[in-house]
Design a protein around this ligand. Structure first.
Ligand code: C5P
Length: 318
């Protein structure tokens, strides 16, 4: 994994403001079920510019999470709190922090918001508490918190994920991808998505997939490196999509409408239910989004998002 430079803590920091970006999965193939209950994956992550914001302030002791989204669990089970507690435990530290979270990434939508918040908390607290943990060490801790968390520590906007998703290989590309993201109110937990996938009747489960599956992660990585948007659009694939559609049938309508407004291809991200269309450029994406906002149900949130090429950096607050 290519580490990105650690922010230098040359003077005591009073507060840090950090952005925590979402991800899309442009490709997700479930290779096998593992004895530990997880699934072996081949996936292609893309970091996008839809971001949560974390403001982290030191306090003498204790951890506190505040959030503008009332439905979010702010207790010890929250991934940010688990990240902070893990760092305290690893370093034998009793230092505390107050973390304010501005939630913009929808919860349980397949966009990795919770994982990104956790990765961002690890980076921020490492700096704030002056722990000087290396990127590889932070990546080990990230993998303990969740399969998608290590991707958000990477200094690369696009990467192949293998294993549980934590074994990462950056993919370079000349492309900035433009998407219209449609978020509907149905939430799907990742655990639930994989459990449903394992049921023998699941369309998309390994048995039913043998004859229909054709795209490959190699082809997708090749398309990205060569800047071939058409090839990339053809290869968009997600084994968990049929499961998400069964749980949330309106995804079929969303995809129909995305095609109608000119997307090159569309897909559910992760275990869903967020669905994105790939567009040739910013202008067509903006036009398509306006049409969908006008014609679609009021409870859909429609956002134009793009590849986030630069690693978000921390700014000092107060
Ligand atoms: O790793 P994380 O805690 O985010 O995963 C949540 C759940 O999703 C796991 O408990 C597991 O049921 C499922 N999962 C899986 N295979 C993966 C990633 C997640 O089965 N590669």
């Amino acid at each position: 994994m290519r580490p990105h430079p650690l922010p230098r803590a040359s003077r005591p920091v009073s507060a840090l403001c950090l952005r925590a970006p979402a991800k899309l999965n442009l490709f997700l193939r479930v290779v096998s079920r593992r004895p530990d209950g997880y699934h072996e994956l081949e996936t292609l992550f893309e970091r996008i510019d839809l971001c949560d914001e974390l403001v982290i302030e030191p306090r003498r002791q204790g951890l506190e999470l505040r959030c503008d989204e009332p439905s979010l669990d702010r207790g010890a089970d929250n991934l940010i709190m688990r990240a902070a507690a893990l760092l305290q435990r690893e370093m034998g530290s009793r230092r505390g922090a107050t973390i304010r979270l501005r939630k913009r990434i929808p919860i349980a939508a397949g966009l990795g918001g919770g994982s990104s918040d956790a990765a961002t908390a690890l980076v921020g607290l490492n700096q704030l508490w002056n722990l000087r943990l290396s990127r590889p060490r932070l990546a080990d801790l990230a993998a303990q918190l969740g399969s998608d968390v290590p991707f958000f520590l990477l200094d690369a906007p696009v990467a192949i994920g293998r294993g549980r998703g934590e074994q990462l290989e950056p993919v370079s590309t000349p492309l900035t991808l433009w998407h219209v993201l449609v978020i509907n109110p149905v939430t799907i937990s990742t655990k639930e998505g994989y459990e449903q996938f394992d049921k023998p009747q699941a369309a998309g489960s390994p048995e039913s997939r043998l004859t229909v599956f054709s795209a490959s992660i190699t082809m997708m990585a090749h398309a990205l490196r060569n800047g071939s948007l058409g090839e990339l659009a053809k290869g968009l694939y997600n084994d968990l999509e049929p499961v998400a559609i069964r749980r949330c049938p309106i995804i079929t309508d969303i995809q129909h409408r995305l095609r109608h407004v000119g997307c090159l291809g569309c897909l559910v991200s992760g275990s869903g239910s967020a669905t994105f269309g790939l567009f040739p450029d910013a202008e067509t994406a903006q036009r398509a989004a306006s049409e969908l906002r006008q014609s679609g149900p009021r409870d859909w949130r429609v956002e134009v998002v793009r590849t986030l090429s630069h690693t978000p950096v921390a700014s000092r607050g107060r």
